[in-house]
Design a protein around this ligand. Structure first.
Ligand SMILES: CC(C)(COP(=O)(O)OP(=O)(O)OC[C@H]1O[C@@H](n2cnc3c(N)ncnc32)[C@H](O)[C@@H]1OP(=O)(O)O)[C@@H](O)C(=O)NCCC(=O)NCCS
Length: 348
């Protein structure tokens, strides 16, 4: 069996900061409410020219700079995102074009678990001999799909991208175990209608009063774009309970599979959804909160991007050394969850 490790990390965050106090100016909310319920103080908002391609490329170039590799040395490109710039083609293909990577390129949507899913897919394509080095990106411009008048969701999210390069490594190092799952019954707990084929984009154009005659031949036109609420919707309380439970179960599963004690794990890099979720999970797992790397106070929930952004920061801050055991763990819409346990081998 081939072993695979994280050889380099990169990230890109938009420069525009939107603080809780900024939100108070146009939303019926307070910094105190947001901070006490979530731990979030501010988030980054992508500007008009900062689409997911831009963020992905900057994060990937950052990761490439940290390795001795160039684009053409990579033969697999996977992008995890919930907010793809375009429905077609996959963002990974545009990333490939710009960076000159080779081999297969495709996107994965597993929401906030997307990055962990993408790493596991890359791992198996590498183990199967289909690729030798992979670029895995998590990127989101979630602030474009949320309703900025809905205070129960819009305060939670931010934009950004993170990337890693995966390389083969020695036996017993790198990724030691992983755990992925989904509970499809929960597909109603977080969702957004906009941007999908069910909600015809063509109807947002001017049909010059031809709707009725066209609908005779094209029955799907009755699903009018304007009749539906396109933005992200969420049952916060249910998601909260699920997140705490799955975070704990996934961490325990990873340790069991790799035959290590949780106490031996140096750092957990969780999906950055909510401080209270992490706090409750730490309590349930019986470990100190300091075992988790948190940056959601500054960047909020960036979905598929949050784990690689936090991982890059933890590495840059010197919180992970070669030989350390590190867990990446995510949970989110789907509902999905995913985790990876890594024996760290060194990285920029
Ligand atoms: C969303 C979340 C922060 C709400 O916290 P909560 O303590 O459960 O709050 P509640 O839903 O009970 O709402 C309490 C009140 O605050 C109000 N409220 C909601 N958003 C508010 C805001 N931004 N500012 C002020 N008040 C707000 C609600 O309207 C409600 O008022 P009411 O009691 O008069 O109806 C919490 O449920 C959560 O974090 N869930 C997980 C969400 C998540 O992380 N999703 C992504 C996972 S990948």
């Amino acid at each position: 069996m081939r072993y695979v490790t994280v050889a380099s990390c990169g990230s890109c965050l938009p420069s525009h900061v939107l603080s809780n106090h900024d939100l108070e100016r146009f939303l019926e909310t307070t910094h105190e409410w947001i901070h006490s319920r979530t731990g979030i103080n501010e988030r980054r908002i992508a500007g008009a020219n900062e689409d997911n391609l831009h963020l992905s490329l900057e994060a990937s170039r950052d990761a490439l700079r940290g390795s001795s590799l160039r684009g053409e040395d990579i033969d697999l490109t996977i992008v995890a995102t919930t907010t793809c710039d375009r429905m077609v083609p996959a963002l990974a293909c545009s990333v490939q074009r710009e960076l000159g990577t080779r081999g297969p390129a495709f996107d994965i949507n597993a929401a906030c678990s997307g990055f962990t899913y993408a790493v596991v897919v890359a791992l198996h394509l590498m183990r199967g001999g289909i690729a030798s080095r992979a670029l895995v990106v998590g990127t989101e411009t979630l602030t474009r799909i949320i309703d900025w008048t809905d205070r129960s969701t819009c305060v939670l999210f931010g934009d950004g991208a993170g990337a890693v390069i995966l390389e083969p490594c020695d036996r017993g190092e790198g990724i030691l175990s992983y755990s992925l799952g989904a509970w499809g019954e929960g597909d109603k707990l977080i969702f957004a209608e906009g941007g999908g084929a069910r909600m015809m984009a063509s109807l947002s154009g001017n049909l010059d009063g031809r709707e009725e005659s066209m609908a005779t031949y094209l029955p799907f036109l009755s699903h009018a774009w304007n009749d539906r609420y396109p933005y992200l919707q969420m049952d916060g309380r249910e998601v909260y309970k699920f997140a705490v439970r799955k975070l704990c179960e996934t961490v325990e599963d990873l340790c069991r599979q790799a035959a290590v004690n949780l106490g031996e794990v140096r750092l957990i890099v969780p999906h950055q959804a909510n401080y209270r979720i992490i706090q409750a999970a730490a309590q349930r797992l019986g470990i100190p909160l300091e075992c988790f790397h948190l940056n959601l106070d500054r960047f909020a929930n960036t979905s598929a991007a949050s784990i690689p952004i936090a991982l890059e920061e933890a590495v840059r801050w010197g919180k992970i050394s070669p030989g350390d055991l590190v867990i990446l763990v995510g949970f989110g819409a789907g509902l999905t969850w995913g985790g990876i346990l890594i024996r760290w081998t060194g990285c920029k």
